[in-house]
Structure formats: C-alpha cells, structure tokens
Design a protein around this ligand. Structure first.
Ligand SMILES: [Zn+2]
Length: 436
C-alpha cells in the first residue's frame, strides 16, 4: 500500500510528517467505561469508541489521536531516559502533573507551558470496514469478584495514522520517535485499554516524509513529497553514540528499561512462544461456543496469565505481595503488571469456530517487564510439561461433572529478546529455552 495516498493535504500544516499503519495482532480496546450504554453499541457490553460516517451512514471504530499521543509519549520517554537523555516525565503521576517544558519529551509532546511540536491525528480503518465484523464482544474474568464482564473489542484490522511536525524535528527526536514505533513491534509497548488482559498487541509500520514547497516569483505553486530514509540500525547506532553516559536504573517503576547495560536475564524480556494443544481446547464465551478473535478460536492472553497467577499463588501464598508485584494489583488503584500475555493465535488457519483441535500450534508473546532473573525462572518453570490451563469446568467441556479431558497444552520458546542499549533485540532464545 502506498501510505501517501491516505494523506489529507487539506488539513496539512507541517513540512515534515510521518504516515503509519497500525496492524492489530490481537484484540484492541479503545473504550468507554463499563455499563455505559451508547446508541451504537452492539450489546450492553462496555462499548468501543466508534465514529459516525455521514457519507454511508455507518459507524467505524477509530483510535483517537490523543490515545496514540499518550502511549507514544510514554514509550518515547522510556527509551530516551534509558539512553541517558533528560526527560522530566511526570505524565503518569496523577498527584502532581507538572512538566518542565524544556526536555525532549516536553519539546515534542508539549507541556503546560510549551506547545507540542507534533500533531497526532486519529487513526482510521484502512479498508472499507463494517462495524459488525470489526467489533465483537469478549468476556473477561475478574478474579476479584469472580465474575465475567463483557466488553467490546476491535478485531484484527488495519488503521492508518498521521503525525505532523510543526517545526523540523531534530535528529534525536526523529530517531527516538522511530524507535518508539519499533517498541510496539518488539511487544514491549501496547495500545489502548485492558493491556494487562492481553489487549493492544500491534505492529506499526511508518514512513517519514518531507514536503518541499515549489515557488514561482515568491508564490507557492505546488509541492513535492520526498521520503526520508529511516534505517533503524543507523538510527540506533546514532543514539548509542549520542548516549550521554548518564544511566537511570530505577527499579521501582517502568520509566526506564532495567539492566539495559548488561546481557543478564534481568530486565525487559519478551518471549515469543509456541503453544501446542495436547487435547481439544474449548473455552465457552458468553454467546460463542468458544472465545474467538474475529471468528477464529484463540486462547485469550488473560487465560494464560490467570493460569500462571493461580500456579504462583499456590507456591507463594494467596496474600503474597509478590503476586501483586508480578501480576499487578486487582485493585483499581493498584500497580501495573510486570507480565503481559497476548492472545495465543493459531499459526495456521483452524477450520473450526467451536474449539481448537488437538495438535494446533498457536503463537503468543509474553512480556516480562523489568523482571529479575529469579522471578523469570520461577514463572517459566510453571510452563514445563503438559498443563491444563483453564478451570475444570471449561476443561470438561462446559459441564460440572465428568472427566477433565480438554484444554491441555505445552509451551515452547520460539524466540526471546531483551532490551539492551547496545542491541535493542538482544537474542536470549537459548538462555530462556534452558529455563523452560
Ligand atoms: Zn519536560
């Protein structure tokens, strides 16, 4: 696809701009709150944001520019800070929302006292999309009150967004923003709501352009568009050279990538895993025979994470602080999870909608964010051998009595990588394979 075809030049302001496509690799939730019923909702489930298209009289899901800007900023600042650039980074702090107005983050994304140098436009579906195929309902289990809550999600589809620069971005800014997009591809950053439940896995492809105006006798008569070369390897080496030598390693939060200066198994680690069904896998949805993603049966990330959480509760004790520290607090104000598991999706198309047949291989990503080696080891050990990863009722095929015959799976490491300053994708496949 030629992304420049999607540009609306009538709204265009800056000279430099980025066009990007967001390819959903799992459910996406850009939502409203639970119980809020809106006119266009397909159910009473927590609805996703839709935009009305007056031309054809239908509603389409979209991703507001403000949502994208927020998640891009957090990711940008995390990389910048890890590379030693000064970033004031107060955006996550609800108590005190003060920004300096001068640092890299404030210059690009704005602050109370300074204007933003970028305009992030909302992302819209690329293909002619129909509301009913793009949006579906997915239950999620709240272990706090042991109830299922329905919510609408956007099924895998493609969106296009645009970022306009008000003034020419400097080399650092451009390099950091391009590495920001790459973080989504490396599954260290996610979009939208319910990320701790496995939502928001995406790929982002971008192209950077410059628009040069053409003049004739001091009057603008047109413009030419040039694509700017964006080689990630070169961009990364540039940042490594620029690296200030300052290094922030704050174990308390997610504002930096931990242990990014060494090759140990501590830090921000992603495992791409193959899950093989050793029996039929079935998980009844609210209205579906089995939970699907756009009609294809999947194992929701939340199921795998829930399995791990329950296993660890047995080892560490139900009230353990460790559980909350690793899996996130279930309280509203609680801390975020160090573990994110994306939906496991069949690697080859399954010709079933009601269950996943035995012998199917599915792909999932598990992010271990700022973890210590000992915890990584303990968690991976739970994935050894053949495991029944759902509750007994699901494993019996939805009945209360009878033999537990379904939902047995085995895990294998396909590939694993760690964030280091020298190598953003430091290969640790062998080391993780040894642990499993
Ligand atoms: Zn600042």
């Amino acid at each position: 696809m030629n992304l420049t075809e999607t540009i609306d030049y009538s709204t265009f302001k800056g000279q430099y701009f980025i066009i990007g496509e967001i390819i959903l690799e799992g459910p996406l939730r850009i939502g409203r709150s639970r119980n809020e019923v809106v006119e266009y909702s397909i159910s009473a489930a927590a609805p996703v944001l839709l935009d009305y298209n007056s031309q054809d009289g239908s509603y389409y899901p979209f991703i507001p520019g403000s949502s994208l800007k927020g998640v891009f900023r957090a990711t940008f600042e995390r990389i910048a800070k890890t590379f030693g650039f000064f970033v004031c980074q107060m955006i996550d702090d609800r108590k005190e929302k003060k920004t300096c107005g001068k640092c890299l983050g404030c210059r690009l994304f704005g602050s109370e006292t300074s204007q933003s140098n970028i305009i992030v436009r909302s992302a819209y579906p690329v293909e002619e999309a129909e509301k009913y195929s793009m949006v579906s309902e997915r239950p999620h289990f709240n272990s706090d009150d042991k109830r299922f809550y329905p919510e609408e999600i956007i099924n895998p589809s493609k969106f296009v967004f645009q970022i306009d620069f008000q003034t020419k971005p400097n080399k650092e800014e451009l390099a950091l923003i391009l590495l920001t997009f790459n973080e989504f591809n490396l599954k260290r950053a996610f979009i939208g709501g319910g990320v701790s439940r496995g939502n928001g896995a995406v790929r982002i492809n971008t192209e950077v352009y410059k628009r040069e105006l053409e003049y004739e006798e001091n009057e603008v008569i047109g413009y030419e568009i040039y694509e700017i070369e964006t080689d990630l390897k070169k961009i990364h080496s540039y940042l490594v050279e620029k690296k200030t030598g300052r290094y922030f390693d704050e174990w308390k939060d997610f504002r930096v990538y931990h242990r990014a200066t060494d090759d140990s198994l501590n830090g921000c680690i992603v495992a791409e895993m193959n899950i093989k069904t050793e029996s039929k896998f079935t998980l009844k949805g609210r209205e579906e025979e089995s939970v699907t993603l756009g009609g294809e049966p999947v194992i929701p990330g939340s199921v795998i994470k829930g399995f791990l959480r329950n296993k660890m509760k047995k080892i560490k004790g139900k009230r353990s602080d460790w559980i909350e520290k690793i899996f996130g607090s279930i309280k509203q104000s609680g801390g975020r999870s160090k573990i994110i598991v994306t939906d496991a999706i069949p690697k080859t198309k399954v010709n079933e909608t009601k269950y996943i047949p035995k012998g199917t291989v599915l792909k999932t990503f598990i992010l271990f964010d700022n973890i210590v080696e000992e915890d990584l080891q303990t968690i991976l050990e739970q994935l050894q051998g053949i495991k029944m990863i759902t509750g007994a009722t699901s494993a019996r095929g939805g009945v209360v009595r009878g033999p537990i015959i379904n939902n047995k799976v085995s895990f294998a490491i396909e590939k694993a990588w760690k964030f280091t300053i020298k190598d953003l994708e430091k290969d640790i496949t062998f080391e993780l394979d040894q642990m499993l």
